[in-house]
Design a protein around this ligand. Structure first.
Ligand SMILES: [Zn+2]
Length: 176
């Protein structure tokens, strides 16, 4: 079963962990995915500001270091833009420093993560068994998404399909 620890219900079997910015297109997409499944969904990340992206990266970098792994290599493996990853890792790698570098990248139109453009969201996989995770990926793909199962921290990253890349209005949900 989905682990609902620390979440707020959004209705219709959807929940959010913490305060996340979810676009109407994200909510439409999540509802379509949810009706294909027998378990609830927890969104752990939606659209991100540079500050929120930096927080996510600080967690990821610390997680890789704790596992004795090279965070730069892990980030290169995960992101398409090695140049933007290097710019972050060559700069001040405190959370505040990362936020500054990412904000400068966003200002010039270089988006290293689709979370920054509001076209990606993360789903919790904690509490799900392997069969449920396989079903979740299949449902996300069937509704037009593209999935990457990430290990540090464990979650499913979902990039929305072309028809769901509408980011005009924004909705902030969940607890602060
Ligand atoms: Zn993600």
């Amino acid at each position: 079963m989905t682990d609902l620890t620390g979440t707020t219900p959004l209705g219709a079997g959807l929940h959010v962990a913490g305060a996340q910015v979810l676009t109407p297109a994200m909510l439409d997409y999540l509802r379509r995915v949810r009706v294909r499944l027998t378990f609830d969904l927890v969104v752990t990340s939606g659209q991100r500001t540079a500050t929120a992206q930096a927080r996510a990266w600080a967690v990821k970098i610390a997680g890789h270091l704790a596992r004795g792994e090279d965070p730069r290599k892990a980030l290169h493996d995960l992101y398409r833009r090695d140049d933007l990853v290097d710019e972050v890792m060559d700069g001040d790698t405190t959370e505040a420093g990362i936020a500054q570098t990412i904000a400068a990248q966003v200002a010039r139109g270089d988006l290293l993560s689709s979370h920054l453009s509001g076209t990606a969201l993360d789903l919790r996989i904690r509490g799900l068994d392997e069969g449920q995770i396989t079903g979740l990926v299949a449902a996300c793909v069937a509704e037009g998404g593209r999935c990457v199962r990430e290990a540090v921290p464990p979650h499913l990253h979902v990039e929305l399909g072309a028809s769901d890349r509408r980011t005009v209005a924004r909705t902030v949900t969940g607890m602060r």
